[in-house]
Write a protein that binds this ligand. Structure first.
Ligand code: AMP
Length: 446
C-alpha cells in the first residue's frame, strides 16, 4: 500500500514525501481512510507505531477545506513533550498547507499562547490543565471545533487528568468527530470511550507486542553493581544514543551525574526540571549533544527520538505495559534497536509477568570479565531497594472552578506518576534463568 491510495490533498502528499514516508504503517493503513470518512475512531496503538501521522494527516486533509483562523481541531495530550511532538508532526506534515498549529501547556509563559490564539489558529495541541485555564479566561474559542483527539488516553488517566478531560468535553461542541488513542484500555478509559465516541471504528496494532526490530536481554545483577555494570555495557556496546530509565527522579539525576563523571555526554530528565531545562536536555539528546538521556517513565513519555539505538532499564518497570512502552522508543518505525534490562532477585515476579505478556522468555546475559562478586559497601545507598517517589496526588474528582480562575504561568501539566504496588524491599541478586555470557564473543557491533 502507498500513501497515494488515500488521495490526500497534493500539498499534504508532498509533505509526506518530504518527510521520507513511503509506506503507511499498519495503524496509518487502518486509521487514515476511516478518519477521512469522518468516523469516530478508537485507536489502540502505542508510541512508535506512527499513530500521530495516522490522525494528523486526515485532520490536515479535512482542514484544507473550510474556514481558516478559528480552532477546528483540538488534540489533548498528557505531557508537554508529547504535545510538542504532535505539534511538530502537524507542522512538518502541514508545512505547505498554511494551516497553523499552537501548543498550549502549563509551566511556560501564557502570553505567547494567548497571542497565537488571538492571531488565529486552526489546530491546538494542549495539555488539559492549561487548556482549562484558557477556557475559563475566555482566551480560547472552541465553539467551532470539528475534531477532537484524545491521545495517550490511558496515560492521561494514570496522571489523574480524567476529571479535567470531562470538564473540557462539557465545553466543546457535542457535534464533532472524536478520535481516542490509547496504548491500553483500562476500564475507566473504556467507559469514557463508550460515552464520547459515536459508533466508533476500532483500529488496533500491536497493542502489547513490542516492535519486532528490538532485541531484548536481561542482565541479572545485584543492586549495588548496577552502575558499574552499566558502564561496562556502555564500554562494550556500539551505541548511538541511549535512553536509560530509572524508577525515581532522584535516581535519574544521580545516574546522569555518575555517567557524566565517567566521561559520557549525559543528561537527566526528571519532573523537577524547569521547562527550559527539560527542553534543553531533550534538544541536546535529539541533536547529539548528549549521547545518553536518563529519565523516569513520566518524564520520558512521548519522547520521539528516532535515532535511539538502545534503551536500558536501569530499574525494571512496574508493569509489562510500561516495559513495552519503554522499549517502544527504540526500534521505532522499523529501525533496529536493543533493550537491556537490569534485574535483581526481587524483580523475578515482574520478569515473569513481562515474559508472559511478550509470549516469549527473555534471554539472560552476563558480561564476561565483570566482577559480579564485589560485595556491597555497608552504606551504599544503591544496595537498598530504590525508594519510591512520593505518591502523586490525584486531581480531585471535582476541582473547584476557582482552581482555574486565573492563569498561573507556572502551573505544571504534570500532576504526577502512577503509583505502584510493587514491593519495596528485597534481597539483591539475580533474577531466575541461566544467563548467557557476552563480550567474550563478538556479539555486538552495529
Ligand atoms: P509516532 O508513533 O507517531 O510517535 O511515530 C513514530 C516515528 O515514526 C516518528 O519518528 C515518525 O516520524 C515516524 N513515522 C511515522 N509514520 C511513518 C511512516 N509511514 N514511515 C516512516 N516513518 C514514519
Amino acid at each position: 500500500m502507498k500513501f497515494q491510495s488515500f488521495n490526500l490533498h497534493p500539498v499534504i502528499a508532498a509533505s509526506i514525501a518530504e518527510a521520507g514516508y513511503t509506506t503507511p504503517t499498519p495503524i496509518q493503513q487502518q486509521a487514515i481512510p476511516t478518519v477521512l470518512q469522518g468516523r469516530d475512531v478508537m485507536g489502540l496503538a502505542q508510541t512508535g507505531t506512527g499513530k500521530t501521522a495516522a490522525f494528523a494527516l486526515p485532520i490536515l486533509n479535512r482542514l484544507m477545506d473550510g474556514p481558516r483562523g478559528r480552532v477546528r481541531a483540538l488534540i489533548v495530550a498528557p505531557t508537554r513533550e508529547l504535545a510538542e511532538q504532535i505539534h511538530e508532526s502537524f507542522t512538518m506534515l502541514g508545512r505547505l498547507t498554511k494551516l497553523k498549529s499552537v501548543t498550549v501547556y502549563g509551566g511556560v509563559n501564557v502570553n505567547p499562547q494567548i497571542q497565537a490564539l488571538r492571531n488565529g489558529v486552526e489546530i491546538v495541541v494542549a495539555c488539559p490543565g492549561r487548556l482549562l485555564d484558557h477556557l475559563s479566561q475566555g482566551t480560547i474559542d472552541l465553539s467551532h471545533l470539528e475534531v477532537l483527539v484524545l491521545d495517550e488516553a490511558d496515560q492521561m488517566f494514570d496522571m489523574g487528568f480524567l476529571p479535567d478531560i470531562r470538564r473540557i468535553l462539557k465545553q466543546i461542541p457535542a457535534k464533532r468527530q472524536t478520535l481516542l488513542f490509547s496504548a491500553t484500555m483500562p476500564p475507566d478509559i473504556n467507559k469514557l470511550a463508550q460515552e464520547i465516541l459515536s459508533n466508533p471504528v476500532t483500529v488496533q496494532v500491536g497493542n502489547t507486542a513490542p516492535p519486532v526490530t528490538v532485541s531484548h536481554a536481561l542482565y541479572p545483577v545485584e543492586q549495588h553493581l548496577k552502575t558499574a555494570l552499566l558502564l561496562e555495557l556502555l564500554k562494550h556496546t556500539d551505541t548511538d544514543s541511549v535512553l536509560i530509565f530509572t524508577r525515581t527522579k532522584h535516581r535519574a539525576k544521580r545516574l546522569g551525574e555518575q555517567l557524566e563523571k565517567a566521561g559520557y555526554k549525559a543528561a537527566s530528565l526528571q519532573g523537577n526540571l524547569s521547562q527550559n531545562r527539560r527542553q534543553a536536555a531533550l534538544d541536546g539528546f535529539r541533536d547529539g549533544t548528549y549521547q545518553i538521556l536518563v529519565a523516569t517513565d513520566i518524564a520520558a513519555r512521548g519522547i520521539d527520538v528516532s535515532q535511539i539505538s538502545h534503551v536500558v532499564n536501569y530499574d525494571i518497570p512496574d508493569t509489562p505495559e510500561a516495559y513495552v512502552h519503554r522499549i517502544g522508543r527504540t526500534g521505532r518505525a522499523a529501525k533496529t534497536g536493543d533493550a537491556f534490562t537490569m534485574v535483581c532477585s526481587d524483580d523475578t515476579i515482574m520478569v515473569r509477568t513481562i515474559e508472559k505478556k511478550l509470549g516469549t522468555p527473555l534471554e539472560r546475559r552476563t558480561v564476561s570479565g565483570f566482577d559480579y562478586t564485589v560485595p556491597a559497601p555497608k552504606k551504599d545507598a544503591e544496595f537498598a531497594r530504590p525508594p519510591r517517589e512520593p505518591r502523586p496526588a490525584r486531581k480531585p474528582a471535582s476541582a473547584p472552578k476557582s482552581s482555574v480562575g486565573s492563569i498561573n504561568p507556572f502551573k505544571s501539566d504534570h500532576p504526577g506518576a502512577k503509583p505502584s504496588g510493587r514491593p519495596q524491599q528485597g534481597r539483591p541478586g539475580a533474577a531466575g534463568g541461566a544467563p548467557k555470557t557476552v563480550f567474550n564473543s563478538s556479539r555486538r557491533g552495529k
